[in-house]
Design a protein around this ligand. Structure first.
Ligand SMILES: Cc1cc2nc3c(=O)[nH]c(=O)nc-3n(C[C@H](O)[C@H](O)[C@H](O)COP(=O)(O)OP(=O)(O)OC[C@H]3O[C@@H](n4cnc5c(N)ncnc54)[C@H](O)[C@@H]3O)c2cc1C
Length: 496
């Protein structure tokens, strides 16, 4: 029977998981109580500001209104990532819309760096809308639905706080205490956990959302990790919040900037009242002080009075995300890299898979567990390969970091053959497997062509798709990003 689920940890992973499981319990009519316990002393990691479009489905399943979510977490729209300097002096977009699939397959398959055209602008409308700062939907478009695919930039701490309130109102029990010990049976099942408040909490299923500490999965159950640091060299980030009172950008843009730097890359994200910046770098080549100084210099003198945060991370994956009656979700299950904003997505994926699997867990627990672990392995490989692609296709060799990041040894084994093939032709559908992939043909096309990796002699004489009519309509009918946000805040404060 599954009567009690205990989630340990109240960061983004804990609260997204708690709310999603609550949704599935109701959907499957399971008489099950969810409790979330979080430390009152250990802060959440507090980064995770960029999302991918799956977040809309996740929040819609949870049942929170879109206006509420956006207003409470200072969210703005994210329609693409703009990559700058990943090849010296060049820039390209990875947008969420890939238009005219199938009609334009011959054109895309014949694409070559030698044609001198921009793949992103040819196959996406969002790239153009982003230049004019047009919102991807109108205020009349129903919540979570889109005129164009979009995700959010948001304050992850505020999002988790709002989801906590929302979850409590839907019956999730919430406790604040430190877990000091887990009682594990000789068969390797967690029977209960002890808190520093003198309570013993037992459950049928435990979900470890304790972040990098991995208190249950890594600690109590001793599950080790796979290490991907050979392929992903960055292991540190220095972060900063720049409030608009200190420095206001000309526009609140609908894209994440990802700027390649000498020893890694830097994100620049526009929220509603501030920007979030972070320099992700490799500690092999840059000290923490040097990284902070470099971030400040790059941003300018207005950073003088602002504090910076410093984070260490490792590109690792727990060898099992589910063991016995314990599932690890979020950073406790592993982390790869902030590039391409996959952290929250992996939480959404794992929590939805777990929710969908609750019935299997009752009927066939061992099979459910193996299936879950296989799917998580596939997900990690997918994300790992895609992030690795950004580095190894670069022509930069100007620093020790870039020479190491683009070396033959840094190319992930699963990419080696494909990269050789893709030198001479565009990627095609058959290069990718799996129905649930986030990063498949569309994403690989934008990055490979953005990086000008695919370089055969030109062939064919295909007409380019014409977006001018659609763009004209969008400019007429859709609000600017700022106009949309203003309306949103006004209606959120009226609703309060
Ligand atoms: C530099 C960096 C940038 C990132 N950028 C992005 C991004 O742009 N987009 C994205 O999607 N993801 C991003 N991520 C990933 C994202 O931050 C995480 O996936 C997300 O925040 C989930 O964190 P978490 O809830 O697993 O852990 P945490 O936020 O660390 O939460 C852990 C929780 O466990 C609790 N806890 C710990 N020990 C105990 C204990 N003994 N007893 C009780 N409670 C305990 C803590 O109090 C806390 O509540 C980034 C990560 C890093 C490192």
């Amino acid at each position: 029977m599954l009567k009690n689920i205990l989630i340990v940890g109240g960061g983004s992973a804990g609260w997204i998981t708690a709310n999603l499981l609550n949704h599935f319990i109701q959907r499957f009519e399971l008489p099950c109580q969810i409790t979330l316990v979080e430390s009152p002393d250990i802060p959440t990691i507090g980064v995770g500001e960029a999302t991918v479009p799956s977040i809309r489905r996740t929040m819609s399943l949870i049942g929170i209104a879109e206006g509420d979510l956006m207003a409470s977490s200072e969210a703005t729209f994210k329609c693409l990532i703009r990559f700058e300097n990943w090849n010296d002096g060049q820039s390209y977009d990875h947008p969420f819309d890939r238009r005219h699939r199938t009609q334009t397959d011959p054109l895309a398959e014949a694409w070559t760096a030698q044609n001198g055209k921009d793949f992103d602008r040819t196959f996406s409308v969002l790239t153009n809308l982003a230049d004019h700062n047009i919102a991807p939907k109108s205020p009349q478009t129903p919540q979570y639905l889109a005129n164009f695919p979009y995700a959010y930039h948001l304050d992850a701490i505020k999002m988790a706080l709002r989801l906590a309130e929302f979850g409590r109102s839907k019956g999730i029990l919430h406790k604040r205490a430190n877990i000091t010990e887990a009682n594990v049976s000789p068969e390797g099942l967690i029977e209960s956990v002890e808190t520093d408040q003198g309570e013993t909490l037992s459950a049928d299923l435990f979900v470890d959302c304790t972040g990098f500490r991995s208190v249950l999965m890594g600690g109590a159950l001793g599950v080790g990790v796979k290490d991907y640091s050979k392929y992903l060299l960055c292991d540190r980030a220095v972060t900063m919040r720049v409030p608009y009172e200190v420095h206001k950008p000309e526009r609140i843009v609908t894209y994440t900037r990802s700027i390649a730097r000498d020893h890694g890359w830097q994100w620049d994200i526009n929220l509603h009242t501030r920007r979030g910046l972070g320099y992700v770098y490799s500690s092999q080549f840059l000290s923490d002080d040097e990284a902070e100084a470099s971030l400040r210099k790059f941003e300018g003198p207005h950073t003088d009075g602002l504090s910076a945060g410093r984070l260490k991370f490792a590109s690792i994956q727990r060898k099992q995300a589910w063991k016995g009656n314990c599932v690890a979700i979020g950073l406790s299950a592993g982390f790869l890299e902030p590039l391409e904003s996959s952290g929250l997505y992996m939480i959404e994926f794992a929590a939805q898979m777990l929710g969908n699997t609750l019935i299997d867990y009752i009927n066939a627990p061992a099979a459910a567990q193996r299936n879950f672990n296989r799917n998580m392995d596939d997900l990690y490989e997918e994300v790992m390969g895609f992030i690795n692609l950004h580095y190894v296709t670069s022509t930069r060799r100007d620093t020790e970091f870039w020479r190491a990041a683009t070396s033959q040894e840094a190319i992930w084994d699963g990419l080696q053959d494909k990269l050789e093939i893709w030198r001479n032709r565009s990627p095609i559908d058959y290069d990718f497997h799996g129905s649930q992939r986030l990063f498949a043909l569309d994403s690989f096309e934008f990055v490979l062509h953005g990086m000008k990796w695919v370089n055969p002699p030109p062939r064919g004489n295909y007409a380019l798709p014409d977006h001018s009519e659609l763009l004209a309509q969008c400019r007429q009918k859709l609000p600017t990003h700022e106009q949309f946000l203003e309306l949103l805040i006004r209606s959120a404060s009226q609703a309060r």
